[in-house]
Design a protein around this ligand. Structure first.
Ligand code: NCD
Ligand code: ZN
Length: 345
């Protein structure tokens, strides 16, 4: 029997589009289904000022396939030198939708991130005043802390103090990977939400490490134990307005993943909606897919939900390409490891 699901057009609240040839290759994979996306600013060099964001926005707009309606929601990369006035001006001009906090060294291209959180207090204060959300990569970088504990320790050591010092700051904990993250978000009555990626709903750390190392499942924050994955699935499929989709689709050419020191990132833009429909159906929660992909995000950001609809249908397994090509080289698509039956019409 064929099944059909019509939902509002989705948005992606955490996306890496890169630049140049990679941007041109991956952008159509997102714009095919998504109406808007929060664009990560971790280019080399990063998108630090309003002027940088305007220039990057221009390059993205120029790369959108003809006839497709897509809005890139720009972000600034917070550094210890970020000027609160520049942030406020860019927000007022409608140029940026959020500011991104990377602890220095936490992930790909995060060397210019923040080490001393006291140095960015003025920026947080200004953002609180104007209602501009802070997107947080929630992992400590202390070499003493085990990589599997870095999210939990970040909550205690960094995030909770920031929230206490700036209770009016709207914060998105991005790509949460732990039950601790889920519980922390649920403990807040306002101004805190979390994005969850497609791949963290599907893989646990065994997928990366059992039966040979699988570089295409390596991303940051790294996938955790199965209990944590189950907590993420429960949160995402619950309909709770504090959880929404941020794919963290993060393309790297295969050459940079399949190597002795491979880059972190899963590229999932192409098949995300099919993967999510499968996950939500397995939980008996298809009626909450729209909240996760299309309603909760705009609600938190204070934006209207998209008016357009998409329809997913269920049928025989869909064949997705294993890779997409870019002028920089092939990029492997996230492989959920099970057949995908849902397709966006
Ligand atoms: C991201 C990237 O490649 O830019 N990688 C990842 O594993 N998610 C950076 C990030 O979001 O941490
Ligand atoms: Zn990311």
């Amino acid at each position: 029997m064929s099944m059909k699901l019509t939902i509002r057009r989705p948005d992606d609240w955490h996306l890496h589009l890169r630049d140049g040839a990679m941007l041109r290759a991956v952008l159509p994979e997102t714009t095919r289904h998504f109406a808007r996306a929060i664009i990560m600013p971790n280019l080399v060099p990063p998108v630090v000022t309003g002027a940088d964001a305007a220039a990057y926005q221009g390059r993205i707009l120029a790369a959108i396939p003809q006839g497709i309606d897509f809005t890139p929601l720009m972000t600034l990369y917070l550094t210890e030198n970020t000027d609160p006035d520049d942030v406020a001006q860019a927000a007022k001009a409608g140029l940026i939708t959020a500011v991104k906090l990377y602890p220095a060294g936490a992930t790909t291209n995060s060397a210019s991130g923040v080490s001393d959180f006291n140095k960015v207090r003025d920026v947080f204060e200004r953002m609180s005043e104007i209602g501009l959300p802070l997107c947080v990569h929630g992992e400590v970088t202390d070499p003493e802390i085990d990589i599997f504990d870095r999210e939990k320790v970040f909550i205690d050591r960094v995030l909770d103090p920031i929230r206490k010092a700036h209770p009016n700051l709207k914060i998105v904990m991005e790509h949460i990977t732990t039950e601790d993250g889920v519980d922390y978000v649920k403990s807040a009555d306002k101004n805190l939400a979390a994005t969850i990626t497609t791949h963290h709903l599907i893989i646990n750390r065994n997928h990366i490490l059992v039966g040979g190392i699988k570089p295409h499942y390596y991303c940051l924050p790294v996938a955790k134990r199965e209990d944590h994955r189950l907590a993420l699935v429960a949160a995402a499929t619950s309909g709770d307005a504090r959880f929404f989709l941020g794919t963290d689709s993060a393309p790297h050419v295969d050459q940079l993943k399949e190597t002795a020191c491979g880059c972190a990132g899963c590229f999932s833009a192409t098949n995300t909606m099919s993967c999510l429909a499968e996950v939500f159906e397995a939980e008996g929660a298809l009626e909450h897919l729209e909240a996760f992909t299309s309603l909760n995000g705009p609600d938190f950001y204070g934006l209207p939900a998209n008016e357009e609809r998409i329809t997913l249908t269920k049928g025989a397994p869909v064949a997705y390409p294993t890779k997409i090509n870019s002028d920089e080289g092939p990029v492997s698509l996230f492989d959920p490891g099970f057949p995908l039956h849902w397709v966006v019409q």
